[in-house]
Design a protein around this ligand. Structure first.
Ligand SMILES: [Mg+2]
Length: 425
């Protein structure tokens, strides 16, 4: 049996999700914008072929997009999250072990008796992903995670590979490694890539064969691990069970700068509500919180401020977290600062299974139970009828993010009232 590591990745994931929901978009150039319609974060091959670059600010190229008849969609994270779950559950059924790496990527292990069997398995998986989800996927094989990641890159970027590439059985693996720029090697950051270039190390093959001691002196264990993995010696194991999170952050930019305390309190309240919902989904409690605000870094009078608070009893209760956050917000607010971003970080996260009570604070389990029941009902209503169906009055009535997402698709996979209605006469 040959044991292989695979990296499976959804192609142009956000754009593919939109096309899956609205097939009329297939074959037309399509771009997806970040929060508040800031910049381009995903595009389909048709848009790429028109020369539209990732990361471009929308306001700079909106007229060009219009001229080129490119379809523009605001990001719809509820849809992408839901499609991601569906993709991962499909993969789980067909892989021996699965490590979810990001919203659209997973490492997997698969053992096969022959190269043909492995290839057939990959082809089958690609067909299932298209049939069941409408999402094209690329699959790369190697003996290690780094090899699998590079093979995936080659599967995706070289059309002749048709979405599947096996670095182990490729006729001339060195030829392929030479084609991967040092910046595209998984785990090599900008600084290390720059250092490599200065040394004349320009591609994955040269990195594999360079002097290990020299690499270690610059990058420590990180670089040498990547090098070992490139050589086929596994040192980054597959970890199917995700580790519990240490921190959870919710931060957003504003559509326009805000300057008043009322607006900031509203914005902060929305972030706390989302962050505490996240905590409850992760079955975790926060032991501390930090909030932060800032103005534009491109303005000369850049201003940023943060404040933290340790909580007496770790909690996931929105009303307690709201109260603490509102106090912190009042503390750090300064008038006349044109704030463009604010966020909250939930820290010292711990499992909900073991709650450490406070010695000096009286604990009333009856009240606690009542509050938990209320929170559960609110979460259920919001899950069923959409985020913000039931919320706290301090949030106000206008959704600052919705305001900036002009062209968002329907959330018909997660919201019952958004399911298309077909009228038969
Ligand atoms: Mg992807």
């Amino acid at each position: 049996m040959i044991q292989t590591t695979a990296l499976i990745d959804g192609n142009n994931f956000y754009a593919s999700c939109e096309q899956s929901l609205d097939p009329s978009l297939i074959g037309r150039p399509l771009v997806i914008l970040s929060n508040n319609d800031g910049c381009i974060i995903s595009r389909n091959p048709e848009a790429r072929n028109l020369g539209i670059k990732m990361g471009k600010p929308y306001f700079k190229i909106s007229s060009q997009l219009r001229k080129l008849k490119v379809v523009v969609r605001s990001s719809n994270y509820a849809l992408y999250g839901d499609m991601s779950q569906r993709l991962m559950s499909l993969l789980r059924k067909h892989c021996e072990q699965l490590e979810i790496y990001s919203i659209d990527e997973a490492f997997a292990s698969f053992s096969s008796s022959s190269e043909q069997e492995l290839h057939q398995w990959a082809r089958n998986l690609r067909i299932l992903a298209i049939q069941q989800l409408g999402i094209p996927i690329a699959i790369g094989f190697g003996t290690t995670k780094v090899q699998a990641k590079l093979a995936n890159f080659l599967a995706k970027t070289i059309p002749a590979n048709a979405g599947i590439f096996n670095l182990l059985t490729a006729e001339d693996p060195e030829y392929w490694l030479k084609r991967i720029a040092i910046e595209d090697v998984w785990g090599i950051g900008n600084k290390l890539a720059y250092w490599c270039r200065m040394k004349g190390i320009n591609n994955a093959l040269q990195l594999r064969d360079m002097n290990t001691q020299e690499l270690q002196s610059k990058s420590g264990i990180t670089g040498t691990r990547i090098q070992q993995e490139l050589r086929g010696e596994s040192c980054i194991p597959l970890t199917p069970k995700s580790k519990p999170k240490q921190e959870t952050c919710v931060s957003r930019s504003f559509r326009r700068p805000i300057t008043t305390l009322d607006e900031l309190l509203q914005a902060m309240a929305r972030r706390v509500i989302i962050a505490s919902e996240k905590l409850r989904r992760q079955r975790q409690l926060a032991g501390a919180i930090t909030i932060f605000i800032r103005t534009s870094p491109f303005l000369p009078s850049f201003y940023s401020q943060s404040a933290s608070k340790k909580l007496d009893i770790p909690t996931d209760d929105t009303s307690i977290l709201l109260k603490e956050t509102m106090e912190l917000t009042r503390e750090i607010f300064e008038p006349y600062k044109a704030l463009i971003k604010a966020g909250i970080i939930m820290q010292k996260l711990q499992s909900k299974k073991h709650i450490q009570q406070h010695f000096f604070i009286n604990h009333n389990s009856k009240i606690q139970k009542k509050r938990e029941n209320l929170t559960r009902v609110i979460d259920q209503l919001n899950n069923r009828y959409g985020h913000g169906t039931v919320t706290w009055a301090i949030c106000g009535s206008i959704n600052e993010w919705q305001m900036g997402s002009k062209d968002q698709s329907n959330v018909s996979t997660t919201l019952i009232n958004k399911i298309p209605i077909i009228k038969a006469e």
